[in-house]
Ligand binder design. Structure first.
Ligand code: ADP
Ligand code: MG
Length: 277
């Protein structure tokens, strides 16, 4: 369990989601009545500077919807989001992008196949009007940050492995030095052998840049490695929230217990203080 990050309640709140609700209206069949889905139902969540919070819950529980609302990619039906104290409603895209960046599950579909790695990583700089020579320099630096060989700057995503693609996505997310990362199942599309490397990289970046992270995952080993706190969603509602150690070892909710038991790679021997097998 990482215990070095400042998880104290005195650190500045970096993400403040307040009473977020998202209702989707879907039509059932061609002439069907409209049905209401409460994808997120009155959820409030605060993540403080330097903290990593894991958001867990079964498929369809509203995790990605909440993440997209915090990222400003989906509009909430009601509720508000503040990033570093500023309401994201009406915040210019460029300002929001410098505060918060996403890392998604599938690093292939999130990378433009027609752009080189250098172009992909430097794209956020390009959009800000940074000159070409400076962009190349920054792209090179970012390759070091995510531990990729500089020669790959001229490659296309098609020629990279899944792990390398996710490193490129991380480099692009980090190029503007954001305060907050929102990671939506960042390793679940990768080979198991590569997952640990990407998690180690994320852990190192958190420590090096003092990032604040919200990470969505199914994998309790991820929670164990990266998170100080865990928030549990069930059918759009926040049903449990607490220190990772407490939630992993002594969940209050039956649903959380079931999630833990169903989780891949969850092994009690991983737990600090648990007896070795
Ligand atoms: P999770 O990431 O936990 O699997 P999601 O946030 O993707 O859950 O989805 C929560 C609920 O909202 C699901 O019932 C899903 O079908 C529904 N949903 C998500 N996005 C949309 C959308 N764009 N239109 C209609 N329903 C949606
Ligand atoms: Mg999802």
């Amino acid at each position: 369990m990482p215990d070095t990050a400042p998880a104290e309640t005195t650190a500045d709140p970096m993400i403040e989601a307040e009473r977020i609700t998202k209702i989707y209206h879907i039509k059932e069949g061609l002439f069907g009545a409209k049905k209401e889905i409460r994808a997120v139902d009155d959820v409030s969540l605060t993540v403080r500077r330097g903290e990593t919070v894991a958001l867990v819950g079964e498929s369809g529980s509203g995790k990605s919807t909440l993440a997209r609302i915090i990222l400003g990619l989906t509009e909430a039906t009601s509720g508000s989001v503040r990033l570093q104290g500023q309401d994201i409603a009406g915040m210019p895209d460029t300002a929001r992008a410098r505060l918060v960046q996403p890392i998604f599950q599938d690093p292939y579909s999130s990378l433009n196949p027609r752009r080189t790695v250098a172009e992909i990583i430097a794209r956020p700089l390009h959009l800000r009007g940074v000159a070409a020579s400076e962009r190349m320099k920054r792209a090179q630096e970012m390759m070091e940050v995510v531990r990729l060989p500089v020669r790959l700057l001229h490659s296309y995503p098609l020629h990279l492995s899944g792990g390398q693609r996710q490193r490129v996505a991380i480099a692009r997310a980090m190029v503007n030095r954001p305060e907050v990362l929102i990671c939506d199942e960042p390793t679940s599309a990768l080979d198991v052998s590569v997952q640990a490397q990407i998690l180690n990289l994320l852990a190192d970046l958190q420590a090096e840049f003092g990032l604040t992270t919200l990470i969505i995952t199914h994998d309790m080993a991820v929670v164990h490695q990266l998170a100080q706190r865990v928030a549990v969603l069930l059918q759009g509602k926040l049903v449990e929230e607490g220190p990772a150690a407490q939630v992993l070892i002594a969940p209050r909710e039956e649903y959380t217990r079931a999630l833990l038991q169903a989780a891949p790679r969850f092994d009690m021997a991983l737990m600090d203080g648990a007896a070795a097998p």
